[in-house]
Design a protein around this ligand. Structure first.
Ligand code: 5GP
Length: 189
């Protein structure tokens, strides 16, 4: 069986990565599997352990780093986020195209380890729109919102490290574009 692709999707927080993903994730012809990250951040309303993230303690996360269990990891606005390696490898061996939704530092680590990863950066139509979306979540204190906005500025500067840049003006159109990128790479693989 052909090993599945490794697909990295990054973009500033609030850009709508999850919304875009929901449009194409269930398209069976794309053979996708979502890599569930480990994080030390607290769950947001509606987020479920083992589905949205594996919510863990700082100690457990540091233990996973020590044991070399993470494909990549990074600190983001005061919390750790990382990709458990075992599940990614297992899914790819099963022929699944594994989707990593990760921030820029983690993406750099993955590109170094897996140069053939397909990397996609999602941008907002404008920074004003991004701020509106981050505030629209209304789930975080102002200090965290400010940190996410500052981080977004830094992340946007790194978009050229990615193979593809997709603007999320309309999530359905962004999803269609990403689907066609994935299809093209499936044909080439
Ligand atoms: P959020 O707290 O908004 O869910 O995520 C914050 C940022 O961390 C987002 O940019 C998200 O894509 C990124 N992220 C989520 N999981 C991982 C991961 O496993 N590794 C890395 N490096 N970043 C992640």
């Amino acid at each position: 069986m052909k090993k599945g692709l490794l697909i990295i999707i990054s973009g500033p927080s609030g850009v709508g990565k999850g919304t875009v993903r929901n449009y194409f994730m269930n398209d069976e012809s794309l053979k996708l599997a979502y890599s569930i990250s480990m994080t030390t951040r607290s769950p947001r309303a509606g987020e479920q352990d083992g589905i949205d993230y594996i919510f863990s303690t700082k100690e457990d996360f540091e233990d996973a780093i020590q044991k070399g269990e993470l494909l990549e990891w990074a600190e983001f606005v005061g919390n750790y986020y990382g990709t458990p390696m075992a599940q990614v490898e297992k899914l790819r061996e099963e022929g699944k195209n594994v989707l990593l939704e990760i921030e820029v530092q983690g993406a750099t680590q993955v590109r170094e380890k897996c140069p053939d990863a397909v990397s996609i950066f999602i941008i907002p139509p404008s920074m004003e729109e991004l701020e509106k979306r981050i505030r629209g979540r209304r789930s975080e204190p102002e200090e965290i919102v400010q940190q996410r906005l500052a981080k977004a500025d830094k992340e946007m500067k790194l978009m050229n490290n990615y193979k593809y840049i997709v603007c999320n003006d309309d999530p359905k159109l962004a999803a269609d574009l990403i689907s066609s990128i994935i299809r093209r790479h499936m044909e080439e693989a």
